[in-house]
Each structure stands twice: as C-alpha cells, then as structure tokens.
Design a protein around this ligand. Structure first.
Ligand code: DX5
Ligand code: ZN
Length: 224
C-alpha cells in the first residue's frame, strides 16, 4: 500500500522577483508543499534566502513550507525558521553535531522534522536518527545549486534507506532532491521514494503548474 506521493517544488529556480506568483502557480498544479532552500555560503557554496523570505512565503502559501537548511550550526538559527512559519524543517546530518536535540526542537515547535544526507555520506550516518524523523531527504546532487545532473548511484541509496526503515519498523517519508524530472521521478519512486523535490524541472519551463502535474503522472506510473 503506497502513501500518496508528495511533490514539493523548489522555489530556488523560480523568479525571485515574483515568488508569490510562483507559489500560486505550483499550488494550482497540485503541489503538496513548497520547498525552500536556505544556503549559507559555508556548508554549501551559495547564498540564498533566510527567515524574512520564509516569513513572506508563509503569508502567501496555502500548502505547508518545507524548509531545507543547508547551513552550518543549524542549532543556532533553527528557531528563526520555525518562528518564520516553517511547517517542516530538514537539517543535514553532516552539519549537525546534536541531531536528536535539533529534531526535538523542531518537533516541540509543532513542525515536522527531516534529516538530509549528501551523495557522499554513508547511508549508515542516519541509522541512529531514522526512527525519530518524519522525512529522510536523500540528496541526488551535491547541494548548492539548482539544475545539476542527477547522480545515478542515488537509486541504490534510496533502496538501502528504504530497507533500513523497514528493518527498524519505521516509515519516514523518503524525499529526493536534485535533478528530478519526469525521467528520474519514476526511477526514484520505483526505488522507494515518496516525496519529490524539483526546481528547474518545474520553474524553468513555460508552465510550472503543468510541470507539477507531469511529474506526478510520470512518478505515479510506477506505482500501479
Ligand atoms: C540543491 C537544492 C535543491 C534544488 C533542486 O542544493 O537543495 O532543492 O533546488 O534543483 P533542481 O531540481 O534543479 O536540481
Ligand atoms: Zn533542497
């Protein structure tokens, strides 16, 4: 029995002068969440947005905000994103010294908590936390930029994480982020993913709403 697939367009690839319109378009296409990429120029080689923009997005979004913190020392600032209205906060296993503490902080604020891991990080790094999170976010590119090519070895990693969850009797969402398009969407869902994050495939074409629908159709074909 499959849970409904979640699709979270990443506004990183949207027109930053018209973020409200971007959110409305993908919501019209059936987006389940809005994915917000926070980068600090330190953990990843790019700087994007921070709490004020999360707060602004919260005012216009009708679906939950999924805030992906690609930042060092997230323990120090996670509260800013929670206060700004994040409904889900995902932190990186590589960037947090005290994962359980930060997951607890996120849950105490009433938000869902996720842990992300980079393509080069051993899957075993999340053994100790997988039972405590709502989402495992499997990076399928090295984080920092939109529009990068999907790393094919991610498929085996998704299978390993799905098996790890099953062995522990837990059912976190398995999200995949990076290089997701109609082709890779079906592959990652076939491997066990049930949440897709896509930036350029949604926002770099003519019709973001149709792109969200196309991703769902492509991914759902493997679920029947
Ligand atoms: C990458 C970000 C992604 C990014 C995905 O570091 O975490 O969320 O927006 O962009 P695409 O879908 O273009 O790979
Ligand atoms: Zn992301």
């Amino acid at each position: 029995m499959h849970r409904p697939l979640l699709i979270a367009p990443s506004v990183l690839s949207a027109n930053f002068t018209r973020l409200g319109e971007a959110v409305a378009l993908v919501e019209a296409g059936g987006a389940d969440l809005i994915h917000v990429d926070v980068m600090d120029g330190h953990f990843v080689p790019n700087l994007t947005i921070g709490p004020p923009v999360v707060k602004a997005l919260k005012r216009v979004a009708t679906v939950p905000l999924d805030v992906h913190l690609m930042i060092d020392n997230a323990e120090a600032t996670v509260g800013w994103y929670l206060a700004a209205g994040a409904d889900m906060v995902v932190v990186h296993v590589e960037a947090c010294h005290h994962l359980h503490r930060i997951v607890q902080t996120i849950h105490e604020a009433g938000a869902k908590a996720g842990v992300a891991l980079n393509p080069g990080t051993a899957v075993s790094a999340i053994q100790g936390i997988i039972g405590d999170v709502d989402v495992v976010l499997v990076m399928s590119v090295d984080p920092g930029f939109g529009g990068q090519a999907f790393i094919a070895s991610t498929l085996g990693r998704i299978r390993d994480i799905t098996a790890m969850a099953r062995a522990k009797g837990v059912q976190p969402r398995i999200a995949v982020d990076g290089g997701i398009d109609e082709h890779t969407a079906s592959q990652v869902v076939d491997a066990g993913a049930d949440m897709l994050i896509a930036g350029s495939a949604v926002f770099c074409g003519e019709d973001p709403a149709a792109a969200v629908q196309a991703l769902r159709t492509a991914a759902s074909a493997t679920l029947v």
